[in-house]
Structure formats: C-alpha cells, structure tokens
Design a protein around this ligand. Structure first.
Ligand SMILES: Cc1cc2nc3c(=O)[nH]c(=O)nc-3n(C[C@H](O)[C@H](O)[C@H](O)COP(=O)(O)O)c2cc1C
Length: 196
C-alpha cells in the first residue's frame, strides 16, 4: 500500500508548475541532466520498448543549427534557455526489444509491421517526453515544450543517415517567475470526463 505524495509535491509537479519562456542565469549541469534521465527512464512504455532518444543541446554553436527550423517566437526561447532537449525516437527501437522485455520477444512483430512500429515509436516517445517534463519538475527544473518547428529540417540537420526522427523540443532551466503571463484556464471535469 502506497500513500499519496504531499500536496506541496503535487503543486510542484502539476497545479503550480508553469511552462517557462524566460530563464534565470542559473546553469544546468550535465550531472543534473544525467540525474533527470535516471529518474524518468523508469516510467512505463509499451513492452518496455523506450523508443525515445534525447539530445541535450547546450552550446550556442549547436543551437545555431536549430534556429533556422524554429517558429520565430521559439528562437529567443532556445537562445536563452540553458538546455534544449530534442526529444526524438529511434525508428528501429525494436532492435532492443528482446533485451528490454526478456519475457516475450516482440522484435518481429514490430519489424514486420511498419504502421504499428511507427505508431508505437511516436506514442511512446511522446509519453517519454511528458515523463521528462515531470521528472524535470520533480528535480526543481522548469521546462517549456515546443512543437513549433520544422521536424523534417531538424531531422536533416541532426539525424541524417540515422534511424532517429524528432518528436518535439523541450527547453530546460530555472525559470524567471517574474516573466510569466497569467495562466490559461483548464477544461472542467464535466467538459472532458464521463463516468459510464
Ligand atoms: C507538445 C507541446 C507543444 C508546445 N509548443 C509550444 C511552442 O511551440 N511554443 C511555445 O512557446 N510554447 C509551446 N508549448 C507550451 C504551451 O503553450 C504551454 O505548456 C501551455 O499553454 C500551458 O502553460 P502553463 O504550463 O504555463 O499553464 C507547447 C506545449 C506542449 C506540451
């Protein structure tokens, strides 16, 4: 039997956590990024396949490869954030299937069905991106996700000749609370949920 986490932790993860677009000077170390992965890697994926791959962009030199493919309003965010993660997925994720789920080998199931394989890679890498956001919050970091960019362009610039494809981007750092605008509302329970 496990017990709910304290309300303060729920606030940190959900109810008071914001998406940040402006950052303090506080840096994010590679040690923290490793810790982040060590936390989020335990969250669940289909048949434990973990198709997501994470590229932590830290330097101006590499950020410059991203700028041409970003929606205008996202350029400044990437420029100012200590880290931008390219959350990608490995289209050949199933090469690890046997190792990651020894109880039942699904390699051929995915290898022989490109539609199921690509749906699985996209669905689970999206989930893993969400886990990364929540793990970052749990470690006291702030994030902003971005789908406003040209995926094909980023794939060409970063993943040419590989089996990786970009899903979305996520900035990481310590947000500047003074720059936040008023939070948007959320849909109510009755609008989006039903008991049947
Ligand atoms: C998948 C995804 C894509 C997003 N794309 C962008 C984006 O391209 N640019 C941007 O500034 N914010 C982007 N956002 C941030 C959302 O607008 C923000 O998380 C949402 O308005 C909730 O804000 P709050 O967390 O401060 O309440 C994205 C968020 C998600 C989860």
């Amino acid at each position: 039997m496990r017990y709910p986490i304290p309300n303060e932790s729920i606030e940190l993860l959900f109810t008071k956590a914001r998406s940040h677009r402006s950052w303090t000077e506080h840096p994010v170390s590679q040690e923290t990024l490793r810790e982040l992965y060590e936390v989020m890697k335990w969250a669940p994926t289909s048949v434990n396949l973990a198709p997501a791959r994470f590229v932590f962009v830290q330097t101006e030199l590499v950020k410059e490869k991203l700028y041409p493919y970003l929606m205008d309003s996202n350029v400044e965010q990437v420029k100012s954030a200590p880290v931008t993660v390219i959350i990608a997925y490995d289209e050949k994720f199933y090469t690890n299937a046997k190792r990651l789920y020894p109880a039942y080998d699904t390699t051929d199931y995915f290898k022989n069905d490109p539609k199921i394989s690509s749906d699985t890679a996209f669905r689970n890498s999206s989930l893993q991106g969400a886990y990364l956001i929540m793990a970052a919050r749990a470690l006291g970091l702030d994030t902003n996700s971005m789908s406003g960019f040209d995926n094909a362009g980023v794939d060409k610039a970063f993943f040419a000749g590989t089996d990786l494809k970009s899903n979305f981007l996520c900035t990481l750092g310590y947000g500047d609370d003074s720059k936040l605008f008023a939070r948007g509302p959320r849909l109510s329970f009755d609008e989006v949920c039903q008991f049947i």
